[in-house]
Design a protein around this ligand. Structure first.
Ligand code: HEM
Length: 207
């Protein structure tokens, strides 16, 4: 019997797993690259700073990629892209946790008293920490079980925190750079663009 159009269009389980594998690989690639460079002793003159910074910047990039998935799914009419939001978001969280651990472990030698002083005294650390703390409930409730437990409306409201977390990451970045502010401003511009699309989309749907 001739398959229906919908059945013909649906990717096979193998294709599905392959795409998932590629997304995982793309998210893991910066970490593997950093580990490779680290073991090869090729992280430059200040490897600790390079490690902390790279983990932070990849965390921020993945947060933005996560925010870009919904617009991309709508613009390119690929609703199946939405299922990658959770994977990308959890990888962003993992990078930021590693970013924190590399700072606390490698830079501060696990001196939590010093970390607390930094949180109180250095505004860029205060904002970064706030961003990370707010990310925790999003990571914990990212499963389907939590969507059911909280109900979709509450879950969506909670996950709206991402619109606060990303600017916190951008301002954290802006405050810590001393000379060239263009990179954090560029990430801020990408965030504003993605927010602009969301506002436009909401107005368009109301019309
Ligand atoms: C949402 C959470 C966070 C994001 C998105 C984030 C992102 C970033 C980015 C993009 C950079 C600069 C990378 C570069 O220069 O190329 C950075 C640097 C840094 N971040 Fe974070 N970060 C976050 C949380 C934290 C937390 C919780 C801490 C520590 C408590 C922290 C400590 C640092 C430090 C020490 C640096 C390097 C500063 C320097 O080299 O002078 N960050 N972070």
């Amino acid at each position: 019997m001739e398959p229906t159009r919908a059945a013909r269009k649906r990717p096979s389980r193998l294709q599905d797993n392959l795409v998932y594998g590629l997304v995982w690989l793309a998210c893991l690639a910066p970490l593997l690259w950093l580990a490779w460079k680290g073991f090869a002793g090729d992280l430059g003159a200040n490897p600790i700073e390079k490690l902390i910074r790279q983990l932070g910047v990849w965390g921020l990039r993945l947060l933005l990629v996560g925010l870009a998935i919904t617009p991309a799914a709508r613009i390119f009419r690929q609703p199946r892209l939405i299922r990658f939001r959770r994977t990308v978001g959890l990888f962003a969280f993992a990078y930021i946790v590693l970013h924190l651990f590399s700072y606390v472990g490698v830079d501060l030698y696990f001196d939590l008293g010093q970390l607390w002083k930094d949180i109180l005294k250095r505004p860029f650390i205060t904002l970064g920490m706030l961003g990370l703390v707010l990310l925790i409930p999003l990571a914990v409730t990212s499963t389907n079980g939590w969507i059911l437990r909280l109900g979709r409306a509450v879950w969506q409201r909670l996950h709206g925190l991402i619109y606060l977390i990303v600017p916190l990451g951008v301002v954290h970045y802006y405050l810590l750079v001393k000379a060239d502010h263009r990179p954090p401003l560029a990430y801020g511009a990408v965030f504003l663009l993605l927010m602009g699309w969301r506002v436009w989309d909401r107005l368009d749907r109301k019309r």
